[in-house]
Design a protein. Structure first.
Length: 282
């Protein structure tokens, strides 16, 4: 990080904020997790919004999202410590740091996302989530059919690069320097834990039938399915043709971790649990 000595006549401003791409195949810019509900209960979203936005523990955890150098100039510190803002829609909400999405929870519709952002939007129209477990061989979930509603939980795991501009009023010069914001991976796990707890306790408190695990309807479908996709499968989807995405039940993943067995995708082989579910190994 560059060291900048700032005189009184110098003003600072944020010029640009971007995600830093990681070339590692086992690292992903976002972690995605899904709830498949047989239906969205009445007042579900408003109750979830109230819990998340009013959660002091979540607010405190979010302050440790990035590791940054705060020993520098007070003006720089002011830019770095800008508050995140919640954006709320009818069926979702998003947490943003400037123009960067840090966290998003939304119901998947025929459009790619509730809140438009070309960098993270994903079209699930042609995707098929496929499960391969001992209990239910080759079970499939399609996002848009009569099997229920799909809710996506998305969390940013990529580092950010911030370009700060300086304007020297005396010399009329303009310069820039770069600050990197490094994501604290341990914080990602804690955020996921808090989010999942809110989801599950909301269902248990207000919708006990859905909050009880493994309850089925008259057709034999579970009222709630929790699952995590192979992120490499998602990244390789061309979003044009029908595409099978290998997927894992959340409960099956927890059992595999307890038994210390490897998590494998039929296409991509062994998967790092830390890269797709850090909350389960933290």
């Amino acid at each position: 990080m560059n060291v900048l000595i700032v005189e009184k006549q110098t003003s600072l401003h944020l010029k640009y904020l971007a995600r830093i791409k990681n070339e590692d195949n086992q690292s992903f810019p976002y972690i995605r997790r899904f709830y498949n509900l047989i239906f969205i209960p009445t007042c579900f979203w408003s109750r979830l919004f109230t819990r998340l936005i009013g959660d002091k523990q979540l607010q405190k955890t979010l302050t440790n999202y990035f590791q940054v150098d705060l020993q520098s100039n007070e003006k720089i510190k002011t830019i770095l410590m800008a508050e995140c803002s919640w954006i709320i829609c009818q069926t979702g909400l998003e947490l943003r740091y400037y123009d960067c999405c840090l966290l998003r929870i939304n119901q998947i519709n025929l459009t790619s996302s509730t809140i438009d952002d070309d960098d993270i939007s994903y079209n699930y129209l042609n995707i098929i989530f496929q499960f391969d477990t001992d209990e239910e061989q080759k079970k499939q979930i399609l996002p848009f059919n009569d099997q229920g509603s799909l809710i996506e939980i998305l969390i940013c795991t990529s580092d950010l690069q911030m370009i700060i501009g300086t304007n020297d009023e005396e010399n009329k010069e303009s310069n820039s320097f770069i600050i990197e914001l490094i994501v604290q991976q341990s914080t990602i796990g804690r955020i996921l834990t808090i989010l999942m707890t809110h989801f599950d306790t909301l269902l248990e408190d207000w919708y006990p039938e859905m909050g009880t695990r493994f309850v089925q309807n008259s057709k034999g479908d579970y009222l709630v399915n929790r699952f995590i996709p192979c992120h490499q499968c998602l990244n390789e989807n061309n979003q044009i043709e029908k595409f099978l995405c290998h997927t894992f039940w959340l409960e099956a993943l927890i059992l595999s971790i307890e038994k210390q067995t490897k998590i494998k995708c039929e296409i991509h082989g062994e998967i790092s649990v830390q890269s797709i579910a850090p909350d389960l190994v933290s």
